[in-house]
Design a protein around this ligand. Structure first.
Ligand SMILES: Cc1cc2nc3c(=O)[nH]c(=O)nc-3n(C[C@H](O)[C@H](O)[C@H](O)COP(=O)(O)OP(=O)(O)OC[C@H]3O[C@@H](n4cnc5c(N)ncnc54)[C@H](O)[C@@H]3O)c2cc1C
Length: 393
């Protein structure tokens, strides 16, 4: 009979996605022994641009610089200095320019595979981080001095703190009985990559159509990444169109801002929803990233909020270690919850409000949003506040 192996860590992070790996790297110099448990081998970076990309704000790029992951990301990052947002049903237009806040860039568009791989490379170099992948968890025991994970291969992993960084369908959150209601938006986001007739001009473009927001995000190789949110009922038909007919629909919805478009990738669709846990922490447990909150991708903020969660949790743990306090005690973890919950909730509500305001044909709402866009565009102080908030600080 084979003997059960037990391994002890200080911190076990379940989920080696972008947020979980960021946290592992931020804890690298704390002296704590960390294990990252990931169920799927991450997809490799190839010469072809991946269809999943993220708009990374300045706060997140600063975190990646601290970790040392930025140089590997930067070679595939498209810096954008402008954002052009408009309402397809009216005259409202808003233009954000990094120069208005005295900076050379508003953020970067980077493939998710590139972000994850760069973070993984940094983690693999650290002696006190174990990368446990692929690993399937069969049971999670939280109510113990040493909370633990039992893996399907029989190993038992124990730690003082288990962190759920395992995304929207978090197994850790479920094991902790933390309630989470994901409210569907009845929308899916179609993502794909296109070549455009006109250059993207290092600008992030976003058009609010009555069906939902449509973004053209600039990529390092001159192509553009599309995030097109559409009502559920229209998504299947749009995916079933042949390439030429799909591009025709896309060009029209985008009002030919970048001329004709050519599809250069597959198309995929992701269901959209929002939700927020009431509780980020328990004894021996913390949730970060999408395991704690989901928002609409229309402003490209979901992952950025997750990186700030990771930074806040690493900060409270590090401060407690320096002060020689119990770094995994509930009152320490609560500081993390206090630091992040309000801001994340505000962003979730703002995105839901934007979605309601813009995905609507009501003439009164159309007037409100067009007046709003024009006002924000013309009042420098409000505009600068918007830009600073979107940049994460
Ligand atoms: C179409 C679209 C566009 C978006 N664009 C942006 C954008 O431009 N900017 C932005 O900031 N955000 C964007 N987002 C949001 C962003 O993708 C998410 O917020 C982000 O991926 C969350 O990261 P995460 O690491 O918390 O979770 P995930 O990315 O879901 O990663 C979770 C990880 O945990 C692993 N895992 C899951 N369950 C287990 C388990 N039981 N055991 C072990 N491992 C497990 C998974 O394999 C995965 O690797 C977008 C979202 C969508 C849908």
């Amino acid at each position: 009979m084979s003997e059960t192996t037990r391994q002890r860590y200080d911190v076990l992070i379940v989920g080696g996605g972008m947020v979980g790996l960021t946290l592992a790297n931020l804890l690298r110099d704390s002296g704590l022994k960390t294990g990252v448990v990931e169920k799927i081998e991450p997809r490799a970076v190839t010469d072809e641009i991946d269809i999943r990309v993220s708009a990374i704000n300045r706060a997140s790029s600063e975190i990646f610089k601290t970790i040392g992951a930025w140089p590997e990301m930067a070679v595939r990052a498209c810096a954008y200095g402008d954002m052009h947002v408009w309402d397809a049903t009216g005259a409202g237009v808003i233009h954000f320019d990094s120069a208005e806040v005295g900076l050379d860039t508003l953020g970067y568009i980077i493939e998710n595979t590139v972000i994850q791989q760069a973070l993984q490379h940094c983690a693999l170099q650290a002696e006190n981080i174990d990368w446990l992948c692929p690993a399937s968890i069969s049971t999670i025991t939280l109510d113990a001095d040493w909370p633990s994970l039992r893996l399907e291969d029989g190993r038992i992993l124990e730690a003082r703190l288990i962190v759920g960084a395992d995304g929207a369908r978090s197994q850790v959150r479920a094991a902790a009985n933390i309630e989470f209601e994901r409210i569907p938006y009845q929308q899916h986001a179609i993502v794909c990559t296109v070549e455009t007739e006109l250059p993207h001009a290092e600008t992030a473009w976003q058009c609010f159509t009555p069906d939902g927001p449509l973004a053209f995000l600039p990529l390092i190789n001159g192509q553009s990444s599309i995030v097109w949110s559409l009502e559920e009922s229209k998504v299947a038909a749009m995916l079933a169109l042949d390439e030429a007919a799909f591009c025709c629909e896309l060009e029209q919805a985008f009002e030919y801002q970048l001329g004709s478009v050519e599809l250069v990738s597959e198309r995929a669709a992701f269901p959209l929803g929002h939700g927020h846990v009431g509780q980020y922490v328990q004894n021996g447990l913390a949730l970060v990233g999408d395991a704690a909150h989901n928002i609409h991708p229309l402003a490209g903020q979901g992952a950025n909020l997750g990186f700030l969660d990771a930074a806040a949790l690493a900060e409270v743990i590090t401060q407690a270690l320096i002060a020689k306090r119990q770094w995994y005690a509930l009152h320490t973890l609560r500081k993390y919850e206090r630091a992040r919950k309000g801001e994340n909730r505000l962003m979730e509500s703002a995105m839901t409000g934007f979605k309601l305001l813009f995905s609507n044909n009501n003439p009164l709402l159309s007037t409100v949003r067009n007046t709003g866009l024009v006002m924000v565009d013309q009042v420098p102080l409000i505009k600068q506040q918007f830009i600073r908030h979107a940049m994460g600080g």
